[in-house]
Design a protein around this ligand. Structure first.
Ligand code: EPU
Length: 434
């Protein structure tokens, strides 16, 4: 398995270009299965997660081709219902979107239960509630999800989500676009990638309204046609570089972003004393000489995103005073704290609350990337630490950040990838948690 070797002490300076949004792409790729025609998708992030989904679509009979590094064409005209590569599916959380897209396209679906569960229990009961309301019969057996419809088609329904869920909202949207009649999703999630999925579907002929509010209305259509769509920039990738600039006391222009999507992150950074200047499609972040403590709580959008919590955890180790982070989405997203303690951080965790004694100078250590965002946080920790930090399990990071090491090194970081021989056994054990 590859390792990152990070030599601390460099502050980041320069410009970085943000890639397309992972959590939009991982829904839009499976949704392309609904389309009989060529979907040209621009601003696709080149990460292993999107690669795996494209491989799954190809196995279902899609024709997938790269036009250039960030543009692909997917033609699912000849896709057919058949067994898919389940070993890939079980590694990807977003494989749950294949339940919606296969049901919508074929009237049946067989998928694995989505992959690993690194931050507490992550049920898919709201996805199942939605599919069942649309007329599917769902059975879960031996780690597989089997979904069937009686007459080969889903039928519109009114669905109230008991929990605000990004995945369930998007999965039901995907399933409902080709259903007969009207579907209404109430208590829907409002993340930017939900709007992006709706825009993608509508550009292919769907009729989805209200995405970005808590009520989404979908009028089913008979078929979708091909078209061209550009994915929005990745809000969390942008936020990660913002924190990296703030933590290292650097100055970085983060380009190809939608500043509105970063409001929660920008607001909390400003509270620490960091300067954040917004431009039309860029933000400039200037690190403060002294960082102030803050309290933050993660919440569904437009609240502060849980996917930025570990990166802020590192930043607040450097701030003067005691900060409190409350995790409002997941039961157990503080695993990275153990790794930070190895570097000298003083953090107490009680359930969903972490109390961080700031003003610490971190020191290099051998640490693990516990999951995607925790891994990015460890890289930031390594960049601000004294000495050298070795980060293991970086495959998590590479599943969500395009060319992470390359982009950071272009900003002045000192990071080397130590490539080790990957074993078959090691590859099989990978479980994704995005
Ligand atoms: N939940 C349920 N039942 C469900 C679905 C969710 O109880 O059927 C709960 C979850 O356990 C959690 C909360 O509802 O406590 C919110 O979960 P949500 O469904 O919104 O999350 P998700 O769809 O599993 C996506 C992203 C995550 C991101 C969350 C929240 C993908 C593939 N994953 O997960 O991304 O943290 O939304 O924004 O889109 C990441 O990118 O690092 C990542 C983990």
């Amino acid at each position: 398995m590859d390792k990152y070797i990070v030599n601390g002490g460099q502050s980041l300076h320069g410009e970085v270009e943000i890639s397309g949004a992972k959590n939009a792409a991982v829904a839009i790729i499976p949704a392309a299965l609904l389309v009989e025609g060529v979907c040209r998708i621009e601003n696709i992030p080149q990460i292993s997660d999107t690669d795996m989904l494209l491989t799954i679509l190809a196995e279902l009979g899609a024709h997938v081709s790269y036009v250039n590094r960030s543009t692909i064409e997917i033609d699912c005209t000849n896709a057919r219902y058949q067994d898919a590569p389940y070993d890939l599916m079980r590694k990807i959380r977003a494989s749950y979107y294949l339940i919606g897209s296969m049901l919508g396209r074929f009237g049946s679906a067989k998928t694995t239960m989505p992959g690993g569960c690194n931050f507490g229990v992550r049920p898919i009961d709201q996805h199942i509630k939605g599919m069942t309301a649309l007329g599917a019969t769902i059975n879960i057996k031996n780690g597989f999800v089997y979904a069937e419809t009686e007459d080969g088609r889903l039928h519109g329904a009114r669905i109230y989500l008991d929990k605000v869920s990004v995945g369930a909202t998007m999965n039901i949207m995907i399933a409902a676009v080709l259903a007969s009649g009207r579907t209404i999703i109430e208590n829907a999630a409002r993340e930017p990638h939900i709007v992006d999925l709706a825009n993608f579907l509508n550009s292919m002929g769907a009729d989805v309204r209200g995405a970005g509010t808590d009520t989404i209305k979908i009028n089913g259509v008979e078929r979708l046609h091909g078209g061209t769509y550009t994915i929005i920039p990745d809000q969390i990738e942008a936020g990660t570089y913002m924190v990296a600039a703030a933590a290292t006391g650097g100055e970085v222009l983060i380009k190809n972003v939608i500043p509105k999507h970063l409001e929660g992150i920008s607001a909390k950074l400003r509270e620490t004393g960091t300067i954040v200047q917004e431009y039309e499609d860029a933000v400039l972040v200037k690190g403060a000489s002294t960082l102030r403590k803050i309290n933050l709580k993660t919440m569904p959008y437009p609240g502060f995103p849980t996917d930025m919590q570990p990166q802020f955890g590192v930043l607040l180790c450097l701030a003067n005073g005691t900060s409190v982070i409350t995790e409002g989405i997941y039961d157990n997203r503080f695993k990275y704290v153990n790794e930070l303690r190895k570097m000298g951080a003083e953090i107490q965790v009680d359930g969903r609350v972490a109390v961080i004694e700031g003003g610490r100078r971190l020191s290099g250590a051998l640490v693990q990337a516990c999951d995607l965002r925790a891994g990015a946080a460890m890289v930031i920790a390594g960049m601000v630490a004294n000495g050298t930090t070795e980060i293991e399990d970086v495959h998590y990071i590479e599943r969500g950040y395009e060319r992470f090491v390359e982009k950071l090194c272009a900003l002045g970081a000192d990071i080397r990838v130590d490539e080790e021989q990957e074993t078959e056994q090691g590859r099989d054990n990978l479980v994704y948690v995005g």
